[in-house]
Design a protein around this ligand. Structure first.
Ligand code: ATP
Length: 241
């Protein structure tokens, strides 16, 4: 029998006024999986993530561990254990790494300060570079370090599913690979991942499964390794390299 997915999207449609940006999308993320959504500019990737996070109203069904979520809202999705790293990263630039991380764990304050410190240490274990710079002001960090901090901040809430919107944006290829490798390693810490990426090659290299979104609909999906070798993907998304 197939396992129940952690997150299941069924027939998701999202419209901006009269314009439908996401059309009838079905997508599963199972516990321990790294799933990526790739596709060109404007394909609807960010819109799909926003709907899954309860940030945008959608048609269709969103389920968490087999339970239909009647009214998806950010609060509900966060309570279920979903974390989001938005495309703009939205760090507090004038604050230190430590303070940005503490804000990420804010909703867990009731669990006490000791828990916060422990969680911060876990984030520093995942991103040692953040630990070395814990008192550095965030706006002075490199692009890669800022992305690590944005991910670390989302991890402070102990999500079971982390959704990332284009973490490679503005990063050099080498740094992109480094960040995505850490993202893929999160499963060892019990975190499943839904990764939206325009950098198809880098995403397919770290993911287990992938969905190709074109004009709001899933054009192709499957094993990430298979898609890396798929003619259509190579010709359209992987360029000459
Ligand atoms: P990118 O990688 O460029 O961010 P994307 O795949 O994430 O692209 P979306 O940002 O989800 O795509 O956009 C999908 C479509 O919806 C686009 O045609 C876009 O212009 C449109 N769209 C996005 N946000 C809005 C909005 N707030 N109001 C109206 N249309 C929007």
């Amino acid at each position: 029998t197939p396992r129940t997915p952690l997150l299941q999207l069924q027939g998701i449609c999202v419209s901006y006024g009269p314009v439908e940006a996401v059309h009838e999308v079905n997508l599963d993320v199972h516990e321990g999986e790294i799933v990526t959504v790739i596709g060109p500019n404007g394909a609807g990737k960010t819109t799909l993530l926003s709907a899954a996070m309860g940030l945008l109203p959608s048609k269709g069904s969103i389920s968490w561990e087999g339970q239909h979520i009647a009214r998806p809202s950010v609060e509900t999705m966060v309570a279920h254990g979903i974390g989001l790293v938005p495309e703009k990263r939205e760090l507090f630039g004038e604050m230190t790494i430590e303070d940005n991380l503490l804000l990420g764990g804010f909703s867990r304050w009731r669990r006490g300060q000791r828990d916060q410190a422990q969680r911060m240490q876990e984030v520093f274990d995942i991103f040692p570079r953040l630990g070395e710079r814990r008192l550095q002001i965030s706006s002075t960090l490199s692009g890669g370090e800022r992305q690590m901090l944005a991910i670390g901040r989302a991890l402070m809430a102990r999500p079971r599913l982390l959704m990332l919107d284009e973490p490679s944006l503005g990063l050099a290829p080498l740094i992109t690979r480094e960040v995505l490798q850490v993202v893929a390693s999160l499963r060892r810490h019990g975190v499943s991942v839904l990764l939206v990426e325009q950098n198809a090659r880098a995403a397919l290299q770290v993911a287990d499964r992938a969905y190709v979104l074109e004009m709001g609909a899933v054009a192709l999906s499957g094993d990430a390794q298979d898609l890396l070798n798929d003619r259509r993907i190579i010709d359209t998304y992987l360029g000459m390299g």
